[in-house]
Design a protein around this ligand. Structure first.
Ligand SMILES: Cc1ncc(COP(=O)(O)O)c(C=O)c1O
Length: 415
């Protein structure tokens, strides 16, 4: 009989290392990669019983696989959720959670500050299927209150949001949403379950891009949806089973390996991010620095109530708009330009021309994204090297030497 975890309340670090293990009869120490699309039956009767649901047996990896279940078990234990389903990407998780729950005639209320693709689902995709959608400023409880004057089926929000690091008061919004008949879906990508537990603050469903901090090394795409066993089994699972946003067992295994060190990586990234935020706040070329735990953040008190650390993302505005922002990005020698986040390697992106290009200039203005806005995903390098790199790139704006446009990286080819 393979050994299982003791039935004790275990702490997050232990759950990240050992949670969800689904050992086979070979007693492998590390999780096995069950790289198989299907499973065989001993008899036709066993196949029939499996499809009837009277016998538990794996059938097909689109809707069940031992490696994928190991990842689901680890994430559910960490989140404190009854059930989890993992998906091929974060967007597969977001759209599955929404479309599994919604039907024509429903109404969705969403915080405006959403990642570009999530914004597209609410603004463009759902209305095509006869679903009414309403955006609110997620920081303004009066706007949420107004939106809930009519019944709603589902709320989608991000806190902190991508890229402006705005927060939503989860208990207050959840209470209003429930009174209006809606379930609350929280995209918790920026906080991760180590910094914030939305289910303990009234959320019903939590979604993740596992591509980010869970993998943490920029290798694979993945996503996760967590909620009650009833909702996951009865609402989400039939959707996933029949529409197939399923993850590869190999990618699930890579994410399992990444999660074993999340509790070591994330605090180090947050500590680096806090120092980078302090540094950027001191620079005259930077007109605004956003970081949830920074004294100047307008929602610092709420951030400290809901989160145990400020996260690994810092957003800042460079004086001089797009031209200046591009000059800073191009002058970086160590930090990469990339639109991913949560990686061990630090990277910057210019939201107005990448992740939030398609939301359009008016919506960007409403979100506070300017042409000088830069999002910085702070990684695990020595923070002084990151600060030195930012410093020389910002110096370049003032003609202090270094940081001229088109400088090649210290190692590797020029971009
Ligand atoms: C907040 C947020 N939600 C969802 C996603 C989508 O995740 P994926 O790229 O894994 O589909 C992202 C990706 O950047 C994100 O930042």
């Amino acid at each position: 009989m393979p050994r299982t975890l003791p039935d004790l309340p275990l702490r997050p670090a232990t759950l990240l290392v050992r949670g969800g293990q689904n050992r086979s009869s070979f007693d492998e120490m590390s999780e096995a990669v069950h790289l198989t699309s299907g499973f065989m039956y001993e008899s036709a009767a066993q196949a029939e019983d499996t499809f009837l649901g009277t016998v538990k047996h794996y059938q097909y990896s689109r809707f069940g696989n031992p490696t994928i279940e190991a990842l689901q078990g680890k994430l559910a234990a960490l989140e404190g959720a009854e059930a989890c389903r993992v998906t091929a990407s974060g967007m597969a998780a977001v759209h599955s959670a929404m479309l599994a729950h919604l039907k024509a005639g429903d109404r969705v209320v969403a915080s405006r500050a959403l990642f570009g693709s999530c914004h597209w689902i609410v603004s463009t995709l759902l209305p095509r299927y006869g679903i009414e959608t309403v955006f609110v400023d997620g920081t303004d409880l009066d706007q949420w209150r107004d939106a809930f004057r009519k019944p709603a089926a589902l709320v989608l929000l991000e806190t902190p949001s991508n890229p402006m690091l705005e927060l939503v008061d989860l208990p207050a919004v959840a209470e209003m949403a429930h009174a209006a008949g809606a379930i609350v879906v929280v995209d918790n990508v920026f906080a991760t379950p180590l910094l914030q537990k939305p289910l303990t603050m009234g959320a019903d469903v939590v979604v993740y891009s596992a591509t980010k901090h869970f993998d943490g090394q920029g290798r694979v795409l993945g996503g996760a949806v967590l909620g009650s066993a009833k909702w996951v089994d009865e609402v989400l699972q039939p959707f996933i089973r029949n529409t197939g946003p399923s993850i590869s067992p190999f990618n699930a295994w890579v994410i399992l390996k990444g999660l074993e060190t999340l509790h070591l990586r994330l605090p180090a990234m947050c500590a680096n991010a806090a120092k980078v935020a302090d540094f950027l706040s001191s620079r005259p070329e930077v007109s605004r620095t956003l970081y949830p735990f920074l004294d100047s953040h307008p929602q610092q008190a709420l951030a400290k109530r809901q989160m145990s650390a400020g996260g690994s993302l810092v957003t800042f505005d460079v004086e001089g708009g797009k031209e200046a922002a591009f000059r800073v990005l191009d002058a970086l020698r160590l930090i990469d330009i990339s639109n991913n986040l949560g990686d061990a390697r630090s990277m910057v992106t210019h939201p107005a021309t990448t992740t939030h290009m398609k939301v359009g200039p008016e919506e960007r203005a409403r979100l506070g994204i300017t042409d000088g806005t830069v999002r910085f995903s702070v990684g695990l390098e020595d923070v002084q090297d990151l600060i030195d790199d930012l410093s020389q790139a910002l110096d370049g704006l003032r003609g202090k030497g270094g940081g001229s446009v088109g400088v090649a990286k210290a190692a590797g080819p020029a971009r």
